[in-house]
Design a protein around this ligand. Sequence first.
Ligand code: SAH
Length: 347
Amino acid sequence: MQRLIDRLRRERTLPPADLRLLLEACHDDATTLSYLNAQAREVAQAHFGRGIFIRGLIEVSNCCRNNCYYCGIRKGNTHVERYRLSTEQVLGCCRQGYALGFRTFVMQGGEDPAQTDDWVERTVAAIRREYPDCAITLSLGEKSREAYERFFRAGANRYLLRHETHDATHYAQLHPAGMTISHRLQCQRQLKEIGYQTGTGIMVGSPGQTLDHILEDIFYIEELQPEMIGIGPFLPHHDTPFASCPPGTVEQTVALLSIFRLMHPAALIPSTTALATLAPDGRERGILAGANVVMPNLSPVEDRKKYELYNNKAALGAESAEGLSALRRQLQAIGYDISFARGDFKM
Ligand code: SAH
């Protein structure tokens, strides 16, 4: 297995059959997994040193017109107390974040029809005016090409839109009729064409996911060459159709983080909140597997628990912007530190 991993590092790809062997080996062989993680860590350090980029996550709305089976803020969940932030509130989050040292703001939310394209455009423009030195990332789901263009012209630089799974049948197991993988992929192509640094990714261990699906995702991502790759475990939410489905595992998540790092040395890869929620040392294990970004929560404290995508989503302590010193201590304990740089994608 070590030879396969060395080859993956050298050639930045492997034939599907070898990748399958590697993923299977990681499943029940801790030595293989830790060797894979160590190789990926070296590649990340060669590219980024020991600085971990921070992005301030602003959850702009938990209202959503979609009904994704995995997601806690799906339209069909009547137990959610809904909120949406105003432009002023978003700017307030940015101000707080800027003072703490954040130079990237991520606006993430449900697909909220009341936060119209005009609203997003105006809000992006307002952030751009006040913070010309910051990167603005959007994660607002599927929009029209025209909307993506308007947001880009208003000053947005990056867009996160995970494809979730490349397999059409599996996609249909995770999403209701009306949502299709072909539309999702079309959105990603448009984002790239417009000039966004584009992020994709998957949930690890989502219901119905097989090793074949994961291999297909790996090769799709190899073809797309995204600037950002978001990989986190699926975690159930009690008020969704997947309430009783088992979560993804830390081991499979960190194996995939490392494989993506070896295949995409320059990519921006977060150690996700979902991984930190799944295990107390999840964030650290993600970084030690080659991740180089963390996204602390900058949302207004009173709304944070309402943006519950899955059970027990971490939003306080080192997951929060106020907890930056705790985060810094955690990182320093494993030999890393926060980087306050804007952290754009660079080959
Ligand atoms: N509405 C936006 C933002 C969604 S939240 C969009 O659809 O792109 C961002 C990511 O959270 C999603 O892409 C999904 O992969 C992840 N997510 C949602 N529910 C989850 C769950 N139950 N477990 C783990 N990750 C989840």
